[in-house]
Design a protein around this ligand. Structure first.
Ligand code: 4AD
Ligand code: MG
Length: 452
């Protein structure tokens, strides 16, 4: 027999004999003469209907069991499915005890409930759809960059720098044998990367446009709905920039193009979210896709916040960092669409951010993209390319020696450049309307949680 994926079978228009389908049972319905099964294999959301004579029924054919079915693929008399498999033989490959299996055939389990079973939740419809969407979204992002002339750089996972300077690093050491004192594997302290930015900046000395897309790590202690200890980040760096708009254009374009790709390629899976998991979100997403994202400065944002009648927990004076509550307010204020906030206080930004040299309010050419439901989706900046200014700043923070290679970049054919990072999980939260970041990554890592 020739093997078909369920997705291939469902889109097949001709009668095909001697077909084999391998997958997992999603439902069982036994009638007097006939047995009906729904089988999925992860290739798509819709299951394939199997029709068999009730003689082929077997008590181990239960929800979740793994089967191999051979038979004839035929047009189905039912309008809801184009084809069905008339089974000649059903082999139960792996039983599934319905009493102990945590998912029940009739129940629509919540994302919170299935999150308790990280090793099993891929077997639910919702998480299966999420994983297909996530896979396609990654493809969409790579294809956006390819289309726009960006070179993909594999930046290292292990590094000695703390790009963001926030001190949220995981240190890397060999396990087992304890190294002798003041001796370590790399001869310098090494960490899991918090961002590939500095390595991209190296490359931007030879390439006009580069990007990277990989895991990044932060020892965040917060148990929030939008922070993980391990998350995927999309980072781009553009050379010969003139203003922040060279970056906001790429961010908006990438966001819209990747979202469009996902909506087109995964419509059935996305609909599952928009109809059942996060109803009401589709309208928000459509509004995001059809408007251009407004740009406001940090100073304007502070003005908007201080004029508001809403009582905020955190202060809104010029110079304060924007908190989640502030981000939410600003997004709503702009009509519940994504909004860019630019030119943050110089002192809030890491050493690499370009000095705007303005007074009395001293700002850096940095930009965040805030989006509905999530808050900060992207963070970026123009980079300080002027050697004297950069040197001063690194001296002030005592990093001049550690970053001598970074200063070198400004001496050998340096150009104005800038870039940004987008949290990939937050992107998925944003397009699907998912409230908790733990529900959009296969195996979430956060404090007290790394059990498999
Ligand atoms: O704003 P961040 O810290 O910016 C950077 O790391 C820059 N070096 C990027 C660059 O310019 N190349 O992080 C970028 C984005 C955030 O806007 C957020 O979406 C996401 O990464 N992010 C997280 N996502 C999940 N869990 C966390 N703990 C995150 N921290 C940041
Ligand atoms: Mg940020």
């Amino acid at each position: 027999p020739s093997r078909l994926w369920v997705s291939e079978a469902l889109s097949s228009s001709e009668l095909r004999e001697n077909i084999i389908i391998q997958g997992w049972v999603r439902s069982v319905r036994a009638q007097k003469a006939n047995l009906f099964l729904h089988v999925t294999d992860g290739s798509c959301l819709q299951p394939l209907q199997i029709v068999a004579s009730s003689e082929l029924n077997d008590p181990s054919l239960t929800f979740g069991s793994a089967v191999e079915v051979t038979g004839v693929l035929k047009r189905s008399p039912h309008p809801r499915q184009p084809v069905e498999l008339e089974a000649h033989h059903i082999n139960v490959v792996g039983k599934c005890n319905p009493v102990e299996f945590p998912f029940k055939i009739k129940d629509r389990h919540s994302l919170e409930y299935i999150r308790q079973y990280p090793h099993l939740r891929c077997r639910t419809n919702a998480f299966g759809s999420l994983l297909r969407i996530r896979s396609e979204a990654a493809t969409a992002i790579h294809s956006y960059f390819k289309k726009n002339g960006f070179v993909n750089i594999h930046t290292p996972i292990i590094t000695s720098n703390d790009c963001e300077g926030a001190g949220e690093l995981f240190q890397v050491e060999p396990s087992g044998q304890k190294p002798k004192e003041d001796e370590n594997f790399f001869s310098v302290p090494a960490f899991l990367t918090v961002s590939g930015q500095l390595h991209l900046e190296v490359m931007s000395g030879a390439f006009s446009r580069v990007y990277t897309f990989g895991p990044t790590f932060r020892a965040e202690n917060s148990q929030s709905r939008r922070h993980l200890a391990e998350f995927y980040m999309v980072e781009a760096e553009v050379s010969f920039t003139q203003s922040l708009e060279d970056l906001t254009e790429v961010m908006e374009d990438m966001f819209k193009s990747a979202t469009e790709h996902v909506l087109a390629e995964c419509s059935e899976d996305v609909d599952l979210f928009h109809k059942y998991v996060t109803p009401g979100h589709r309208g928000t997403l459509d509004a995001m896709m059809t408007t251009s994202f407004p740009i406001i400065t940090y100073s304007e944002a502070i003005e908007i916040l201080s004029r508001s009648s809403q009582k905020f927990v955190f202060p809104t004076d010029w110079g304060c960092d924007l908190q989640t509550e502030h981000e939410k307010y600003l997004v709503n204020h702009c009509g519940n669409i994504p909004v860019f906030v630019t030119d943050y206080p110089y002192d809030l930004k890491p050493f690499y951010a370009r000095d705007n040299q303005d007074r009395p309010h001293h700002t850096a050419a940095a930009v965040d993209l805030l989006v509905p439901g999530v808050g900060e989706l992207c963070g970026g900046s123009l980079r300080e390319e002027r050697l004297d200014l950069l040197k001063n700043r690194l001296e002030q923070v005592g990093l001049e020696d550690a970053y001598s290679w970074y200063l070198d970049l400004r001496q050998f054919g340096s150009v104005p450049h800038g870039g940004f990072g987008m949290g990939f999980e937050r992107f998925l939260q944003c397009i699907l309307g998912v409230d908790n970041i733990k529900d959009v990554i296969p195996f979430p890592r956060f404090s007290n949680s790394c059990s498999l």
